[in-house]
Design a protein around this ligand. Structure first.
Ligand code: NAG
Ligand code: NAG
Ligand code: CU
Length: 229
């Protein structure tokens, strides 16, 4: 009886240690997963489409974004859109796959709860404009990752846009629709998912350690229980 109990204890100890080892490595894995998730979603750039004053602007309108970053468009009234253009032909969709929010109508002076997000998947320049009325000719345009050599600037784009007639893209596509309430922030820029990812990795790590302590305690209690019997 005692021999059986002792062998139970000795076989249980390595099990408990293995449990600890497993839980340690799974904590490392989840922290690494959280880190890679953070870098793939990247920082969030919030761009105001017009503003509380109804200005025909995107703010900011000259954005530097890395691959994996997201650009989130927040719409103000009365009616605006965001559409992908080319440098060569301002105020017109770049091609049939140009991203386009469609015209968004907003009442009042606060941002619409409907938001549109662009995933930045390359470092190539992305030119964009508002296709409503003659907003583009009035300067309502912007760029993500303008060439650093200054060969193509937003000022040049806006200059040639002055005489352009806006073309409305035929298809609403290419942007991720969401709501302002589920967004992490409505302020200028933020570090996106990074704080919550770090927090959840921390919680998982604590959970893993706690489970290991419970497992060891259980094994000891079981062994002690069978010693008494
Ligand atoms: C955009 O990026 C996010 C974060 O990396 C990802 O979850 C989402 O699936 C992407 N959406 C599209 C349409 O590429
Ligand atoms: C449209 O233009 C964008 C930006 O230059 C390019 O990445 C994309 O491949 C083009 N799509 C088509 C269907 O030509
Ligand atoms: Cu507009």
């Amino acid at each position: 009886m005692h021999f059986t109990t002792l062998s139970l204890i000795f076989s249980a100890v390595p099990l408990a240690l293995a449990q600890y080892g497993d839980s340690g490595s799974s904590t490392t894995t989840s922290a690494a997963a959280a880190a890679s998730q953070t870098s793939s979603s990247g920082p969030l750039h919030v761009v105001k489409v017009s503003n509380a004053n109804g200005d025909l602007t995107f703010t900011p309108n000259d954005i530097q974004a890395a691959v994996g970053d997201q650009v989130e468009f927040h719409f103000y009234g009365p009616k605006h859109s965001v559409a992908q253009s080319s440098f060569a032909k301002p105020c017109a969709p770049v091609n049939s796959s140009a991203f386009f929010s469609g015209p968004i109508t907003t009442s009042g002076t606060t941002a619409n709860t409907e938001i549109f997000t662009l995933n930045v998947t390359s470092t190539a320049a992305i030119w964009f404009y508002c296709s409503v009325a003659s907003h583009c000719a009035s300067g309502m345009s912007g760029v993500i990752n303008a060439p650093s050599d200054g060969s193509k600037t937003l000022a040049m784009y806006q200059s040639s846009a002055k005489t352009a007639t806006s073309t409305i893209p035929s298809t609403v596509q290419g942007l991720i629709q969401g709501t302002l309430s589920s967004s992490t922030t409505s302020s200028a820029t933020s570090s996106g998912a990074s704080p919550s990812a770090t927090k959840s990795a921390g919680v998982e790590a604590r959970g893993g350690v706690k489970w290991t302590v419970v497992a060891i305690t259980g094994v000891v209690a079981a062994a002690f229980g069978s010693l008494i019997v």
